[in-house]
Design a protein around this ligand. Structure first.
Ligand SMILES: Cc1cc2nc3c(=O)[nH]c(=O)nc-3n(C[C@H](O)[C@H](O)[C@H](O)COP(=O)(O)OP(=O)(O)OC[C@H]3O[C@@H](n4cnc5c(N)ncnc54)[C@H](O)[C@@H]3O)c2cc1C
Length: 307
């Protein structure tokens, strides 16, 4: 039996090779557990032009570079990778069967680390605007870099008002760019935003990008921003869990206990797919918890002296 992960019955199948899944693989391999990472290569981290809150990178790190390093680290301990999309997971007695690419894999337990994807403005320039920090997708991640600049917040007014208030502690110049016309002056979040000095621009404008900065154009003219945060929601990637009957939140995120166990025995979930704060350091911490709990629950494999 191979030590790495391509065994008949894996100790752990990890679905998702972003920061969460890769960290879990490193931990599990260092526990001498067989595991494989199934990943179709669409990590949300790939969008990060530069992260400055990622522990251990005082000068920042791009998402692509971070993923490369984490994958290399898991590879150092002989983690096994399958570059496939997992279509479904079924129970087979106490084990799990993963179906992908017309093939099957069996595992004693599964960690879901499938992340989420942001709903983005429907425009061809979005990727370039994110790369140039003109469009920012996570204020907890990078609002510090937008300190004292002109910030716009784009979306439905009921969703963006509280984000506008949050961003006021970074800049005096925060505007709401509402998609919709409904301005309910009695709405508490809107009142708080207005009270904090956030301004509301005319609704229903066009969000544009001039190659460097985002713009908001209405019949009354065009405003230019150093950064715009769209708040349009996200698509969760909890479909595999849902099909197994796992308990989800109303927003479709996986509910877990303090060790990342879902409501289905042997099935764990970590990272952005789980209800909670969507951050790399959180994903990494959850991976450590899940991997350690799983290792302690799986049957002991007494080690024989090599050779
Ligand atoms: C623009 C931007 C900037 C950000 N900046 C920061 C920052 O500075 N600091 C910070 O902490 N966080 C930041 N984040 C958030 C960070 O990217 C996420 O919190 C992190 O990537 C979550 O890791 P994860 O492993 O849970 O999910 P992901 O990184 O999204 O990885 C999930 C993986 O699962 C795969 N997958 C999904 N379904 C399947 C399937 N069925 N079969 C096989 N594979 C599957 C996907 O392809 C993907 O590779 C930022 C996000 C964005 C978009």
């Amino acid at each position: 039996m191979s030590d790495s992960g391509a065994d008949d019955l894996l100790d752990v199948a990890i679905v998702g090779g972003g920061p969460a899944g890769l960290t879990a693989a490193t931990y599990l391999r260092r526990f001498h557990r067989s595991c494989a990472v199934f990943d179709d290569g669409d990590s949300r981290a790939r969008w990060i032009p530069e992260s400055n809150n990622c522990p251990g990178f005082p000068n920042g790190v791009s998402g692509v570079e971070l993923l490369l390093r984490m994958r290399r680290q898991a590879g150092e301990f002989d983690a096994h990778f399958e570059p496939v999309r997992v279509d479904s997971i079924e129970r087979e007695g106490e084990n799990f069967v993963l179906n992908a690419d017309g093939r099957q894999w069996r595992a004693r337990s599964v960690i879901l680390a499938t992340g989420l994807s942001d709903k983005l403005p429907d425009a061809p320039w979005v990727e370039e605007a994110v790369a140039r920090h003109a469009l920012r997708l996570c204020s907890i991640c990078d609002a510090y870099e937008a300190t004292d600049t002109r910030i716009g917040v784009y979306g439905l007014l009921k969703d963006i008002a509280s984000h506008g208030t949050f961003l006021r502690s970074y800049s005096e110049h925060v505007w709401l760019l509402p998609i919709d016309q409904d301005q309910d002056e009695t709405d508490e979040a809107l009142r708080a935003a207005l009270g904090a000095g956030v301004e509301v621009l005319p609704a229903g404008g066009t969000l544009g990008f001039d190659g460097e900065r985002c713009t908001w154009t209405t019949a009354e003219g065009t405003s230019v921003f150093d950064s715009v945060y769209p708040y349009l929601g996200c698509h969760t990637s909890a479909g595999l869990a849902d099909a197994l009957g796992v308990r989800l939140t109303d927003g479709g995120e996986i509910v877990v206990d303090r060790n990342q166990a879902t409501s289905v025995p042997g099935l764990y979930a970590i990272g952005d797919v789980v209800s909670g704060l969507n951050q790399i350091s959180v994903a990494v911490g959850q991976a450590a918890l899940a991997a350690t709990r799983l290792h302690n629950q799986l049957p002991l494999v007494p080690r024989a002296q090599p050779g």
